[in-house]
Design a protein around this ligand. Structure first.
Ligand code: GLU
Length: 484
């Protein structure tokens, strides 16, 4: 019944493109704010887009490859955002994703503008050497147009790319800019041996875990959904078992005690209502090349994989591509919470239906910000030319030691060796990265929740997130003196 009343308006809106869908979310928040129209327009629009077609020799033939880089906002520099490799890549998508990066960075206080890049290829169709040629050539195109640089625009991994591609980008950039002492900071998500930071690979997944854990700890949020506070025992369906989905599922299971009942991939899905061991499933995929036919779960074939999104669960975690929850399946989604690991997984039309049905959405621009948060730490490490923790580690260990000795003296008790080791240890790079990420995600969640609770007209967490982002970007423009 509820769905029927939502349907006509929502159906009309399903025709929105991805960037129009982002704009609609922006407009919903902007309508609640009292800023000059021109300022809101400047925040909304995409500042620069570069479209390039370049030739690459593939198995004796010349192939013309299409690539994009969009810089959505320059209110803070550099611009920041991943590069994706997928056959579905197109200009509207890249512009939408660049806009999401602007809002995402603002929400988690990463002082960057938003950007996104993409190459329209299916990386599975190319050898490693061919992918290297494509990546290096694309990088050269970006260098020539000033669309990359430590103080201009800093790419990172996204769908279909990872540390390997980032290492090729860094190497190409450094070859062209040998006199730039900060050249390594031209890209993040690099392998640790090539200037990366420990903890970047799992950062998005870990951030998602922190975000969900914090949201679920609030009785006032979960009780109206018919859930008890806490992650323990919550049933989770994960779509996408790539870098984001795999790590998020792993932390939700291992740290949070959640039950992963289904995992959906491009070639099918696996389902077990009693839970799937995430590490074991990953091992099965390493050995066989697919999650399918994992022996301790039921395999659902490719043609039916999307129906798994509609299975009963507490949390649905889309962690693949955009527009996965749309007008047609939204009425059938049985999750109580949608945790957006991917960028833009819920269409505007779907959102309307889901909200009417009382489903709670943890929005992408907050929930998957862990990647860019740790990218920011990597960039800081690169421009500071020092490993995080290098200066303070020993000092902290010595301070801890003095404290332990004092407690032992005062109490007359002696700690066991494991106890002593636990207390004395100073932070390693990965400890600092993870605690910085945890703090960021927890504070951001409470900031959004506060906006949701207290600001007039803010009825969902996505609108709260946009209000938060617009406020911060407007403040940045005021500081720049561009707007009165
Ligand atoms: N591609 C990731 C995202 O969509 C990370 C971007 C970054 O680290 O710059 O948030």
């Amino acid at each position: 019944m509820v769905v029927d009343t939502a349907a006509p308006a929502a159906q009309a809106r399903e025709t929105l493109s991805f960037s129009e869908s982002v704009d609609r979310n922006f407009a919903k928040a902007a309508a609640l704010l009292d800023y000059p129209r021109g300022l809101l327009e400047q925040i909304r629009v995409c500042n620069k887009v570069y479209y390039v077609q370049f030739p690459v020799r593939i198995r004796g033939e010349i192939q013309v490859i299409q690539g994009w880089r969009a810089e959505h906002s320059h209110h803070r520099l550099p611009c920041k955002g991943g590069i994706r490799y997928a056959e579905t890549v197109g200009q509207d998508e890249i512009m939408a994703l660049a806009a999401l990066m602007t809002y995402k960075c603002a929400i988690v206080n990463v002082p960057f503008g938003g950007a996104k890049g993409g190459i329209k290829i299916n990386p599975r169709n190319y050898t490693e050497e061919e992918l290297e040629r494509i990546t290096r050539r694309y990088t050269v195109e970006l260098i020539q147009k000033n669309f990359i640089g430590p103080s201009l625009d800093v790419p990172a991994p996204d769908y279909g790319t990872g540390p390997r591609e980032m290492a090729w980008i860094a190497d190409t950039y450094m070859a062209f800019r040998p006199d730039d002492i900060n050249a390594l900071a031209c890209v993040t998500g690099k392998p640790v041996e090539q200037g990366g930071v420990r903890g970047r690979t799992e950062a998005t997944g870990l951030g998602i875990y922190f975000g969900i854990r914090e949201a679920l700890s609030l009785p006032e949020l979960v009780r109206p959904l018919g859930l008890e506070p806490g992650l323990e025992g919550k049933r989770v369906i994960v779509q996408g078992f790539g870098n984001v989905g795999y790590h998020a599922a792993r932390f939700l299971q291992q740290e949070g005690g959640a039950i992963i009942t289904a995992v959906i991939e491009w070639d099918g899905a696996v389902y077990n209502p009693d839970g799937i061991d995430v590490e074991e499933l990953a091992r099965h995929r390493r050995e066989t090349g697919s999650i399918l036919y994992y022996p301790k779960a039921q395999t659902i074939p490719m043609e039916e994989r999307d129906t798994v999104l509609e299975y009963d669960c507490d949390i649905l975690l889309p962690a693949a591509l955009e527009s996965q929850i749309h007008y047609h399946n939204a009425p059938r989604i049985r999750a109580k919470i949608i945790a957006e690991g991917a960028n833009g997984p819920t269409t505007a039309a779907a959102e309307e239906i889901l909200l009417q049905r009382g489903i709670f959405i943890l929005p992408d621009i907050f929930l998957n910000a862990g990647g860019v948060v740790v990218s920011y730490f990597e960039w800081l490490k690169n421009i500071a030319h020092v490993r995080l923790g290098r200066l303070e580690k020993r000092f902290e260990e010595r301070t801890n030691q003095r404290l332990v000795e004092m407690v032992e003296r005062l109490t007359g008790k002696t700690l066991t060796t494991p106890e002593r080791q636990l207390l004395l240890r100073g932070p390693d790079e990965v400890d600092l990265v993870r605690s910085g990420l945890e703090d960021t995600m927890i504070s951001a969640f409470h900031e959004l929740w506060e906006i949701h609770k207290t600001r007039k007209g803010v009825q969902d967490l996505r609108t709260a997130a946009f209000v938060c982002a617009i406020d911060k970007i407007a403040t940045a423009y005021f500081q720049l003196g561009i707007f009165p």
